[in-house]
Design a protein around this ligand. Structure first.
Ligand SMILES: [Zn+2]
Length: 314
């Protein structure tokens, strides 16, 4: 594929999570040319995390001689893209809610700052540079330790009136009836289909207590452990049905599935597609469902894309 020169400059991108801050330099060809990573000093509080981010930025900006257009962030919590403020967050990072990322990081780095939520950054990345780069309307569905996603129209994120759009784990699922969800309610798809929920379901069904996590469970399923197969299939089926419910509402031209469970293998994918097929309306039965292409790098592309003009897409 021909490499385009987009004629602008480099962008620094950070993916800020509760355990680590990963960073990358994307050059004017929109390629990752350097990466770095530091632990998140989550319990030390927001100012310490901002300082750690600034140190990583200092490290990364030495990796390019191009002009740096700005600092793009994909960050944990609900992020208001209009002002790069953390409008709400869990206590994973102490005092994170209310943090003004734009002002604090401009002060520390001198760079213009733009930010979105980390899952939204993944969606933007796949839409701009990954599996969705030729699609107009993309629905990204991420199934990992939780379930979330993003809806993109012509490369633009639909983040909602409260920047909360994409909480796809909190769609009702008949297969999760009565099961407690991370949000405090019951019956949401995350309670049966997220990675840890699949493991819990396996143990509830009477599975082998020595199976420590979902990764091991998926391996057991391949080896023929019937309860592991049931738990994996039930979770994937529930995810597929929920995905169909979303597609029935949004009618994307492409569905991208990402997250840890997307790497769980054929048993999971087959059940996901079967669940989707059972719940999707006939008009949308043939919407393509594809795996994500960029892995964790998606967040870098998405954060950097905040400085790419959308009319230069592709
Ligand atoms: Zn929920």
């Amino acid at each position: 594929m021909k490499k385009h020169h987009f004629g602008a400059g480099a962008v620094l991108a950070l993916d800020v999570g509760g355990t680590k801050i990963a960073g990358a330099v994307l050059d004017s060809h929109r390629q990752i040319i350097a990466t770095g990573q530091v632990p998140t000093p989550a319990s030390a509080g927001a100012p310490a995390v901002l300082d750690a981010m600034a140190r990583l930025v200092a490290q990364l900006r030495g990796k390019t001689t191009e002009e740096i257009l700005g600092l793009g962030l994909g960050a944990a919590g609900v992020i208001d893209p209009a002002n790069a403020r953390v409008s709400s967050a869990t206590d994973t990072i102490a005092g994170w809610a209310g943090t003004d990322l734009r002002t604090e990081l401009m002060h520390r780095t001198g760079l213009p700052v733009r930010a979105v939520n980390d899952v939204h950054a993944h969606g933007l990345g796949e839409a701009h540079a990954g599996a969705g780069r030729d699609a107009e309307q993309v629905l990204l569905f991420a199934v990992g330790t939780g379930i979330g996603g993003a809806h993109l129209l012509n490369g633009q994120l639909h983040s909602g009136a409260h920047h909360v759009a994409g909480h796809m784990g909190h769609v009702d699922s008949p297969l999760a009836a009565g099961l407690p969800c991370s949000c405090g309610r019951t019956g949401h798809v995350e309670a049966i289909a997220a990675g840890p929920a699949i493991h819990r379901n396996y143990l509830r069904l009477g599975g082998d207590q020595r199976v420590a996590d979902t990764r091991e469970l998926a391996a057991r399923a391949v080896q023929g452990d019937e309860l592991a197969r049931t738990a994996l299939r039930t979770g994937a089926r529930a995810a597929g049905m929920a995905l169909a419910s979303l597609a029935n509402v949004l009618d994307p031209d492409l569905i991208i599935v990402s997250g840890g469970m997307a790497g769980a293998g054929d048993i999971w994918w087959h059940a996901l597609r079967a669940g989707y097929a059972d719940s999707i309306i006939d008009l949308l039965a043939h919407t393509p469902i594809v795996p994500a292409q960029l892995g964790n790098d998606a967040a870098f592309y998405g954060a950097a894309s905040l400085f790419w003009s959308t009319n230069e897409r592709n």
